[in-house]
Design a protein around this ligand. Sequence first.
Ligand code: PMT
Length: 400
Amino acid sequence: MTINKHILVGVSGGIAAYKSAELVRLLRKQGAEVRVVMTEAATQFVRPLTFQALSGHSVQFELLNAEAENAMSHISLARWADVFVIAPASANTIAKCSHGLADDLLSTLYLAVDCPVYIAPAMNQAMWHKAVTQENIAKLKAHGVIIIGPEQGDQACGDTGFGRMSEPVAICERILAKPVEQCLQGLRVLISAGPTREPLDPVRYITNRSSGKMGYALANAAVQAGAKVTLVSGPVTLVVPAAIDAYQVETAAQMFETVMAKASDCDIYIGAAAVADYTPITVQAQKIKKQAQQSTIILQKTQDILATVAKLDKRPFTVGFAAETNNLESYALHKLHEKNLDMIAANWVGREQGGFDSNENALQVFWQTGQKTLEMMNKTQLAEQFILLCAERFNEKNTT
Ligand code: PMT
């Protein structure tokens, strides 16, 4: 990575503030010029002098400091930045940014910058899971902010769960990575996500372990890439960002109807949903009673949404997923050719890491003339890399 970026690092209050010293060091090592602003609370955890020594510039933390404003006003600082990264971002700073509050230098800079903003949250796991924090995060994502992490693990307070700030090396790589921004500018992308539920009776259904995380991460990445995104989602507990046009469905048949109604009007279709291959032939009107020792359910095949999209006269660039427990490559290649897809992303499922419900995943991506492996990483990050790859293949198809 060779870069020459002006990177503004915002440090808010939290024990993870010490990790940001390493972030500044790594960014400078990569050739970036770095300036640091801190909240008052952050200065309680790490002294500004540490960041001054590592960045080579004096550190600002007061909004109304005449001396600092003379040296470089907060507006000049905002204009100077090519990238603004807030790490760690406390729940309070996240709330302020998502609501446009500007009562300190860091939150004022968030409003004043006109460059990509990355936020690396760090907080107690209960604070992270609190609905209002999740709403604030969803709002920031919808505003185009790129959220890095947080990660799962042991916390300084003794809890275990999500809330640890991502490691400085991961944040550094993310900030300096090839930008996903605008690679799908002006394109319409349709994405399916989550599981389907196939009812047996009014209270029971057949489903699978899909959480929707992969599909929703793809939808977010496509929005960040400038696409107009439509999401058709099976039942999941994730929040849909405001920028996405979302349709909630339950069964494979409903997903088929909804996707087919939109497919001809999109440029790219990505089938990330785990659609049931079979559905009960009859749905009992009343709860099935426990009777015989054994019971048989007769299933019939569902319609294959992906294959039907690929057969449309006005077909979009059609991208499938393959979830496999064995023979990953050969099964994925078979689906690519049999369903006449433009691309397929194969992932292992049923293993300890990655696949269903995990926050991480790895993809082996195949297209008619090539392949690429995207290593195990956070689904958010993976989705960005996958969207970049989709954009490259889409452009290649439409320029040759
Ligand atoms: O949701 P997460 O918990 O984050 O997990 C992500 C994931 C593992 C679900 C995701 O990465 C994934 O692999 N999605 C596809 C799962 C799947 O159904 O794979 P499959 O190999 O059975 O199906 C192949 C393709 O055909 C898929 O694109 C699927 O959407 C599509 N299909 C399948 C059946 C059907 N009736 N219609 C379809 O369109």
